[in-house]
Design a protein around this ligand. Structure first.
Ligand code: AMP
Length: 448
């Protein structure tokens, strides 16, 4: 199957040629012909599957072929996304795929001045990529009319609901023309998403490219148990002993991100951060420096997880496990993208056992555990099982502590083997219970 066989026109094929996309990914092979025919779409596709081109290419083609010319302050296609980073990334994709096509595109999100976005909209744009809050601001200030709108795309719809955009979305839907094509992309399908899809889509084509909620197959997942207070020390030890050159690192809170970045910088390492407290220009700058290789370690909260598109990112480290289990899938989706293989390593402490159990239940597999010599956890992480029960382990005698600054040898054997991970039938998701009298404390914030 080639892109030409999917019915794409020459200017788009030329752009794909320039990008060296040799053949469509599965989501593209299914989505492109359907969108060209005008069908609604309900697609279960996680980041890394090539979903952006799956909707952007046919959309550009339709807008080019079908007219009409866009009027002042009007848009013909609206792509709603959850985060600023994703807005930038999706808009960039439209720009690149549409480089030989005379269509106007724009991007709008909050946290930056609204005026340049208003100016851009004055002449009208064919495709607007926007986050829901800023889109409504523009609409309420009459900078935007929806009368010419032909296509609505909801990208990462589950994430938009997770981030609390349900009300804004309802308001946007109410303002759009009823006759339109709607494409809904989501990595996961909760009841709320299904309900939203039911209200929005007409006879949609359902596409599912990866089994629901499964982590990308090309990602090798590893887990090291460690005490919370020694995570940073272990991170530095692994970084040195394994010769990490570049990694995307996720921490739970903004404070945690800043602390780790401070620690890495104190060691003379090129590290930077992305989190919700940072103004947008400095978030974009940090991302660009990471992409350019000027920064080797980018530490982020989950707000950044969905929006980052870093090709062939070799390593994602979960310094902390995410609070929302689905975020684990999104985080590790940063590596092993579009067929490249990658590694996702999680540092897990006893407090995180409930999150671990929820993640394992979601992805339908138990993660292989290991310990690093000299970093054995004093507070053991209870054994988890699929379906959410914890198994009490007999207590092991304590290992003697290795003096600071003299870490022990790395246990590579456990981490490098390709043993199949324990598989079991997925049961209803449920959080694991902590053993009596040792309840892990509830996570405090999301750090967005
Ligand atoms: P997405 O899932 O849309 O975020 O895309 C993931 C990555 O795959 C991006 O870096 C795209 O540039 C890349 N990509 C998308 N489609 C293809 C393709 N057909 N061949 C090679 N790379 C692709």
């Amino acid at each position: 199957m080639t892109f030409a066989e999917l019915g794409l026109i020459e200017p788009l094929l030329r752009a794909l040629d320039g990008l060296d996309y040799q053949k469509p990914t599965p989501v593209q092979a299914q989505a492109i012909p359907a969108v060209l025919k005008g069908r609604d779409l309900l697609a279960a596709a996680q980041t890394g599957t090539g979903k952006t081109a799956g909707f952007a290419l046919p959309l550009l083609q339709k807008l080019l072929q079908e007219g009409p010319q866009v009027a002042a302050n009007s848009i013909r296609a609206l792509v709603l996304v959850p985060t600023r980073e994703l807005a930038e990334q999706v808009h960039e994709s439209f720009r690149v795929y549409g480089q030989h096509v005379p269509l106007r595109t724009a991007v709008a999100y909050g946290g930056v001045s609204i005026n340049p976005q208003m100016m851009k909209l004055r002449k009208g744009v064919d495709v607007l990529v926007a986050t829901p809050g800023r889109l409504l601001d523009l609409y309420r200030q009459n900078a935007l009319k929806f009368t010419q709108l032909q296509v609505l795309v909801l990208d990462e719809a589950d994430r938009m609901l997770d981030l609390g955009f349900a009300r804004e979305l309802d308001e946007v839907f109410a303002a759009l023309p009823k006759r339109r094509q709607t494409l809904l992309f989501s990595a996961t399908f909760s009841e709320a998403i299904r309900k939203m899809a039911g209200g929005l889509l007409r006879d949609p084509l359902s596409i599912e490219v990866a089994p629901r909620n499964t982590a990308a197959k090309t990602v090798k997942q590893q887990l090291i148990t460690v005490d919370k207070k020694r995570k940073a020390e272990l991170f530095l030890h692994l970084l040195q002993s394994r010769g990490w050159r570049q990694a995307l690192v996720f921490a739970k809170t903004r404070k945690g991100v800043d602390e780790l970045v401070g620690r890495l910088q104190a060691e003379g390492l090129a590290a930077d951060s992305i989190h919700g407290d940072k103004p947008q220009p400095s978030r974009l700058r940090a991302l660009q420096r990471f992409k350019d290789g000027e920064v080797n370690f980018l530490v982020a909260t989950d707000v950044a997880a969905r929006g980052l598109d870093i090709e062939e990112m070799p390593l994602v480290v979960n310094f902390d496990l995410p609070i929302v289990a689905e975020d684990y899938v999104h985080r590790i989706g940063r590596t092993g993208r579009a067929g490249a293989s990658g590694q996702a390593l999680s540092l897990v402490c006893a407090d995180e056992v409930q999150q671990l159990a929820a993640i394992e239940t979601l992805i339908g597999q138990l993660l292989t555990r290991s310990e690093e010599d000299g970093f054995e956890a004093e507070h053991r992480v209870p054994q988890t099982t699929l379906g959410g029960q914890l198994v009490k382990k007999p207590k092991k005698p304590k290992q003697p502590k290795v003096p600071e600054g003299k870490p022990g040898k790395v246990h590579l054997g456990n981490l490098l083997d390709d043993k199949p991970q324990v598989k079991a039938v997925r049961k209803a998701p449920g959080f694991a219970k902590a053993p009596a009298g040792k309840k892990p404390s509830a996570p405090k914030g999301k750090g967005r």
